[in-house]
Design a protein around this ligand. Structure first.
Ligand SMILES: [Zn+2]
Length: 264
């Protein structure tokens, strides 16, 4: 089977294990079914997720110009505390920013390699946790807008990292933590404006990834250096495909790349 399309992050469905789908314009590929199969990936070109042109991808699926113009990649995305839609102040497109920022957000703890703190729209739970390759996660506060989530995250970052060690995550070099205890310990660090939004009860979510064999050394596939790769798929974790020869491919980091997949 051959499929050609522009890469976007895989869609997921919570299950045991998590189900992954690669969505191309005319194909919907259920990636779990490709485990133990040989996949060839060929780099065909670029297709910017905004302008659709064959221009080199700069970041997050966008060409250079669009990365600096598109409202969905404003600074407030990575740094929620910079959100200003609640003050009616525009960054790139106020209408877009109001829709994105003025909706329920969650500040959470996720354990992928160690415990980290993060922010996501409530509608993106548990998608966000799956994309990070977290094997367990818990919500700490639920707030009505992105700004409040951002200031809570900034305060909690003093105590907890906000980074994922993707190498440890992929090697499954992980430890189970009691996230409920962790969350309760952090309660006092939440800023006053956010304290009322603390989630009193709430359980850990456990996530199970479809991995048959974890890699012990890692080689990251870069399509610009290696425009043609083939290997046997052994697992999927976060947004990574894991191959038998320890090659890993981050689908999300390759958004906007047009590829041809051949499955045998
Ligand atoms: Zn573009």
């Amino acid at each position: 089977m051959k499929y050609t399309g522009v890469l976007k992050k895989m869609q997921t469905e919570l299950g045991n294990p998590i189900q992954y789908y690669l969505v191309f314009e005319s194909d919907f590929i259920h990636m779990n079914q490709l485990l133990n199969k040989k996949i060839q990936i060929e780099f065909v070109g670029y297709q910017c997720l905004a302008c659709g042109k064959n221009k080199k991808i700069f970041r997050q699926g966008y060409c250079y110009d669009d990365f600096y113009n598109q409202p969905q990649v404003g600074d407030w995305v990575i740094r929620p505390e910079l959100s200003t839609a609640h003050l009616d102040i525009e960054d790139r497109d106020l209408e877009f920013e109001k829709k994105a920022q003025l909706q329920p957000h969650i500040v959470y703890l996720a354990n992928s390699s160690s415990v980290k703190v993060g922010v996501t729209r409530k509608s993106q739970v548990p998608t966000r946790w799956i994309d990070q390759g977290a094997h367990e996660a818990i919500a700490i506060v639920e707030v009505p807008n992105r700004y409040l989530a951002g200031i809570a995250e900034v305060a909690l970052k003093e105590k907890v990292s906000d980074k994922t060690n993707w190498r440890k995550m992929l090697k499954n070099d992980i430890v189970d933590e009691n996230l409920i205890d962790y969350k309760n310990t952090l309660r006092d660090c939440i800023p006053d404006e956010v304290k009322d939004y603390f989630i009193e009860d709430g359980k850990e979510t456990q996530l199970h990834f479809p991995v048959l064999q974890y890699p012990d050394k890692l080689k990251s596939l870069n399509l610009e250096k290696t425009p043609e790769f083939s290997g046997v798929l052994k697992g999927i974790k976060g947004q990574y495909l894991i191959f038998e020869d320890h090659t890993v491919f981050n689908v999300r980091n390759n958004e906007g790349y047009v590829v041809r997949l051949t499955i045998s």
